[in-house]
Write a protein that binds this ligand. Structure first.
Ligand code: F6P
Length: 325
């Protein structure tokens, strides 16, 4: 194994609050070890197109508290092709980059795994996605900020729901995962949570509205955008049709969930895994995501990290149901 001299760092896929704290940790740790560090802009797109910039202490000053990513992000179709990855490899060589830290979610890690396998570049990943849908870490960078954004929004929605005796169907992010919905459902006192991992949730909602308490003034239902029964509008239309007496409104929270200042938890997580990734690259590790499980740094092969959390935490579903009776 040749010695690492120049680490490339990039963010890819959907941005997440805390990505900047992760970039800062990677840059500052690399500099601490007298390594060069190069920022690659716009994820794999920029890697192919030559968007490289050397980074120093100042490049990451005053960013730990900022949402988004100073390196920008993109979803790249070209990188999915062998030709695209070959161009990326040549551009990395041209810029004398001999190891990578990839910050993102499962799409990012699938690309990182292929690049490592095909061209032998050492690469480690940091879990950066609001969805928390990676195996090998208790939490992903951005999740804590996103769920706090959601509960702040739902608290406000509840004020108006309560004033008008209304039911609100609130759609939250999570294309393939109900983890944002489930946790915010508990924290916001939702009636029912509708998530892609379950087929029993829609019947449960209809049953609750038919047979449940009739004296409730406000009701909140949280729907994950990836729910197979449809999004909030479809569920809203169904409820309006079946229960015309219930004054029902729909609210889609959308991309506000991806923005804002990262919480303390996301900043600390990002700093810890960013630091650990540089140390681990120096020790010769590659092809893994760096996460934290029960307070300990862990390394999970990319292939494993990308497996969906298919097992639903039924206790959380039950918790939502019982506590809102
Ligand atoms: O993966 C993060 C995420 O925010 C998902 O929850 C959501 O489905 C998706 O990204 C939206 O992506 P885009 O901003 O590209 O529409």
């Amino acid at each position: 194994m040749s010695e690492i001299k120049n680490i490339g760092v990039f963010t890819s896929g959907g941005d997440a609050p805390g990505m900047n704290a992760a970039i800062r940790a990677v840059v500052r740790t690399a500099l601490y070890h007298d390594l060069q560090v190069t920022g690659i802009r716009r994820g794999y797109e920029g890697m192919i197109n030559g968007e490289y910039e050397p980074m120093n202490r100042k490049s990451v000053s005053n960013i730990i508290q900022r949402g988004g990513t100073i390196l920008k992000s993109a979803r790249s179709d070209d990188f999915r092709t062998p030709e695209g990855r070959k161009l990326a490899y040549y551009a990395l060589k041209k810029n004398k980059i001999d190891a990578l830290v990839a910050i993102g979610g499962d799409g990012t890690f699938t690309g990182a795994r292929l690049l490592g396998e095909e061209y032998g570049i050492p690469v480690l990943g940091l879990p950066g996605t609001i969805d928390n849908d990676l195996v090998g870490t208790d939490y992903t960078i951005g999740y804590d900020t996103a769920i706090n954004t959601v509960i702040n929004a739902v608290d406000k929605i509840r004020d108006t729901a309560e004033s008008h005796d209304r039911l609100f169907i609130v759609e939250v992010m999570g294309r393939d995962s109900g983890l944002i919905a489930l946790r915010t459902g508990v924290a916001s006192g939702a009636e029912v949570v509708l998530i892609p991992e379950s087929t029993e949730d829609l019947p449960a909602l209809l049953h609750r509205l038919e047979h449940g308490r009739k004296d409730k003034s406000s009701r909140i239902v949280i729907v994950a955008e990836g729910d197979h029964e449809g999004g909030a509008f479809e569920i809203g239309n169904l409820v309006k049709e079946r229960f015309p007496q219930i004054d029902t409104r729909v609210s889609i929270l959308g991309h506000i969930q991806r923005g804002g200042k990262p919480t303390c938890m996301d900043r600390v997580l990002a700093s810890q895994v960013g630091f650990a990734a540089v140390e681990a690259l120096k020790e010769g590790r590659s092809g893994e995501m760096v996460g934290i499980i029960n307070g300990e740094i862990t390394f999970t092969p990319f292939e494993q990290a990308c497996k969906k959390h298919s097992k639903l935490n039924t206790n959380m579903v039950k918790l939502v149901e019982i506590l809102s009776l």
